[in-house]
Design a protein around this ligand. Structure first.
Ligand code: NAD
Length: 497
């Protein structure tokens, strides 16, 4: 039997009154209610209790935020020395460190993520991102390109202007900073639209940015729904660039919205990543990483290893190990340091995952473990493993975004490659093998923005991150992100006498 923690957090947890917050938007120099005066609720998915009432920003609020961002870009921030931009990011990193317990608590209550995971992964990644891009701020330069003998010709990289950043709910703080930090390092100003399910840490970061000395209007945070606030930002004629992370369906919508003023767009979308286990792999390590690869963050990870391709010779042994790991995962109160898996982010997401589990059963896949809601309070779904999955099944092709692994057997390299590359996504893939030649052959032929070998899932802000096709386009992280937020300008100086 699975060793699950008793799911009694709804009774044990503090009452909604103790937590209820009212969170206004952050536009220009401080907090303000939405122009409409309306608020929406954000819930704690572990307890189903209302956590906060959040200002419901719409197009009027987006207009104000874009105007504030434009004024800051044309004004003080646009004239700040590059090194000053870096210093401001370092001060923000210091404030994140000083306020980390509050940020961890807010993130955990708002998203359901276990505090242990936020402390180990999200928070360090946020600090790393801020300090990494702080270092870039005064190193973004052009080139002297000797095109002519009668002219001095050179390039400069100018900040693109006002950036609209639209982010999802699965890593609210970390993904926000993946966009905000490079944009600010480049000298842009930002209007950040957090996901309606998880707006709290973005709003707190807006306050901390003001405290860190970023001028008014440099970072604005407008919470609200996608179809109103998000769409208004994507359509806005005075926004120069939209950087979006979320679903392919909304990514398409963003592209259409951006067509109005032909603003630049970067899209980080979904995935159905293959984790491929060859018979010469270290099976214990592969099973451990495959379990983390699909169950970390309750499977709500764009690069989740949701398709585990296993060579037939080791299939049964591997499945046994994977199922044992799934059953040993401890679900429960995200605030408990021993909790490995929290709830899904919302009732809607839980239902979507449970519906996919039904689809898998109806398609004829075998449920090796899990497959049900865990407990009756909080949006928990038990870690689920399907075996006997065929490539064409919906659970093998569509992004579930939950703790559901599909194990697909293969016979040889060619079949593994065909299966691995056989979806509409191109985000990430993993290979498990001790054969160095095979690893190189495979890494070269996998269609994915990231290939992990004998590991699965790590990201680092120094390495480009992104995909192709339905996984989107453009790259975040590293030096690539600087290209997202700058425009090169060529300058000719006539030197003829
Ligand atoms: P989503 O697309 O529903 O929402 C993302 C954001 O877009 C939210 O802030 C939402 O309010 C906003 N939005 C919704 N409709 C909009 C519209 N018409 N115009 C403008 N904005 C709109 O995605 P989600 O459910 O929050 O997140 C899950 C998806 O994100 C998954 O597909 C996942 O794979 C993807 N994701 C990708 C990455 C990556 O780096 N590639 C990382 C995390 C999540």
């Amino acid at each position: 039997m699975p060793i699950y923690a008793p799911n009694n957090i709804c009774e044990a947890f503090v009452s909604a009154q103790d937590l209820a917050l009212r969170e206004d938007a952050l536009i220009g120099r401080g907090r303000r209610p939405a122009v409409s005066g309306r608020y929406f609720n954000t819930l704690d998915p572990a307890t189903e209790q209302t956590l906060a009432q959040v200002a419901e920003g719409e197009s009027a609020d987006v207009n104000e935020a874009v105007a504030a961002a434009r004024a800051a870009f044309e004004g003080e921030w646009g004239h700040a020395r590059p090194a000053e931009r870096g210093h401001a990011l370092l001060r923000l990193a210091d404030l994140v460190r000083q306020n980390q317990e509050e940020l961890i608590a807010l993130e955990s209550h708002d998203s359901g993520k276990p505090v242990s995971a936020i402390r180990r992964q999200d928070l360090p990644a946020v600090l790393d991102t801020l300090t990494y891009y702080a270092g870039w701020a005064d190193k973004i330069h052009g080139q002297v390109i000797p095109a002519r003998t009668d002219a001095l010709t050179y390039t400069v990289r100018e900040p693109i202007g006002v950036v609209g950043a639209i982010v999802p709910w699965n890593f609210p703080l970390m993904i926000s900073m993946w966009k905000v930090a490079p944009a600010l390092a480049c000298g842009c100003t930002v209007v950040l639209k957090p996901a309606e399910l998880t707006p709290l840490t973005a709003l707190r970061m807006g306050e901390l940015a003001l405290q860190a000395g970023f001028p008014s209007g440099v970072l604005n945070v407008v919470p609200g729904y996608g179809r109103t606030a998000g769409a208004a930002l994507a359509e806005h004629p005075d926004v120069d660039k939209v950087t979006f992370t979320g679903s392919p369906a909304v990514g398409r919508q963003i592209l259409r919205s951006a067509a109005g003023n032909l603003k630049r767009v970067t899209l980080e979308l979904g995935g159905k990543s293959a984790n491929i286990v060859f018979p010469d792999a270290d099976l214990a390590a592969a099973a451990k990483a495959a379990s983390a690869g699909i169950f970390f963050n309750s499977g709500q990870v764009c690069s989740a290893g949701s398709r585990i391709l296993v060579h037939r010779d080791i299939h049964d042994e591997f499945v046994e190990r994977l199922v044992a790991r799934a059953r040993a995962l401890r679900l429960g109160d995200p605030r408990d340091a021993g909790t490995a898996m929290g709830p899904l982010v919302s009732a809607g997401q839980m239902q979507r995952v449970l519906d996919y589990i039904e689809v898998g059963k109806n398609e004829g896949a075998t449920l090796a473990t899990g497959g049900t809601r865990h407990g009756s309070c909080g949006y928990f779904v038990s870690p689920t493993v399907f075996t006997g999955v065929e490539h064409g099944m919906r659970i093998s092709q569509e992004e579930i975004f939950g703790p559901v692994a599909s194990v697909i057997p293969f016979t040889d390299e060619e079949e593994a490659l065909r299966l691995a590359n056989g979806t509409s996504y191109r985000l990430a893939a993993g290979i498990w093998s001790a054969d160095i030649a095979r690893v190189h052959r495979f890494a070269a032929r996998l269609k994915a923005g990231t290939v992990w070998v004998n590991t699965f899932g790590p990201t680092d802000v120094r390495l480009p991150w992104g995909g192709a096709r339905e996984s989107g386009f453009g790259r975040e992280h590293g030096e690539s992100a600087l290209e997202n937020f700058t425009e090169p300008k060529a300058v000719w100086i006539n030197t003829r006498a």
